[in-house]
Write a protein that binds this ligand. Sequence first.
Ligand SMILES: NC(=O)c1ccc[n+]([C@@H]2O[C@H](COP(=O)([O-])OP(=O)(O)OC[C@H]3O[C@@H](n4cnc5c(N)ncnc54)[C@H](OP(=O)(O)O)[C@@H]3O)[C@@H](O)[C@H]2O)c1
Length: 314
Amino acid sequence: MDENLPKRVLGRTDLKVTPLAFGTMWLNRASDEDAEDLLNRVLDLGVNCIDTSRAYGRSEERIGRYLSGRRDEVILATKCGCNPHLDKRGSPHVLTFDRATLERNLEASLRALNTDYIDIWQLHGATPDKLIGGPEGEVVAFMQRMKEQGKVRYIGVSLRHGPKTELGYPTRYGYQCIQEYPDWGVFDVFQLVYGGMVRTSEARLNDAAEKGAGIIVRGVVRDYFDDFPDAFARAGLTDLLAAGEDRRSFLIRYALSHPAVSSVLIGTNNPEHLKANVIAASAGGLESDRYEQAKQRLDQIGSKPGFLVGDVPA
Ligand SMILES: NC(=O)c1ccc[n+]([C@@H]2O[C@H](COP(=O)([O-])OP(=O)(O)OC[C@H]3O[C@@H](n4cnc5c(N)ncnc54)[C@H](OP(=O)(O)O)[C@@H]3O)[C@@H](O)[C@H]2O)c1
């Protein structure tokens, strides 16, 4: 176990998550042997939170198979509203948010994950308009009932980034939803795209956290646009790197500097990348002078709170 990964309280939950969480969206691409090694390595390095979904192929099943003896070491987050039998390669997931889909997903997740409870049960990319009846509707009522029955400990929403062809990709949905959902007062956790290169929701995260929301951010090191590495350099952030620190390590620490962020969620199938991410997360947020400098420099290239990232699609 790595003692250098100090845990952070996740909003109003009683969960204490490590500052790095592990994403398994691409775990399908690894061989069985590599997936087993990677998942165990994640826990051996002290990371205590793993994110999956009904929609991620064999990801849940592999977690269930390879980590079943280590259930008490891991906070398991999965997602619902999924129809994996209808998903087509290369197309967006087919998502439906109704009681029947959730009921089917939960039973399948529990079986695949080889557990009798899910720690964080999230709607997979649901915008508020998709939840008929809002906080009073059947989806929220069913999720709350599952929570009362102990099948899930906490409920949340993972906010979608949408298709690359849409204006505002990848932060528009997250930005809109993080301003609306916390007022419903029913969800404990939100997962959304946020980081130095994708700062749109930066100011809003504080409001959500004040309402008790636990915040897990993703997309921190992902190059949503090809020009992100150049933009990082153009902002003069290369000059702020400490000796031996690379762009992604800096961005992990940037995201962890935000007081509302409990954990950064990153997926990798590369053990060296995993280790680098753990080392960066172990260092926590940036020193305050570097953080302030970084914010000012990012402002200058247009990566600012409240500003959308994507260009108008061609
Ligand atoms: N709507 C939703 O609910 C939703 C949508 C998307 C994702 N997610 C969740 O969020 C997780 C992360 O999301 P994401 O995949 O969009 O973004 P991400 O994990 O931030 O980015 C993944 C990419 O970054 C690379 N990478 C990671 N660490 C690196 C390092 N140290 N050096 C170089 N490259 C590195 C990975 O490649 P390598 O494999 O080569 O390292 C991969 O190409 C997913 O696994 C999934 O659990 C949820």
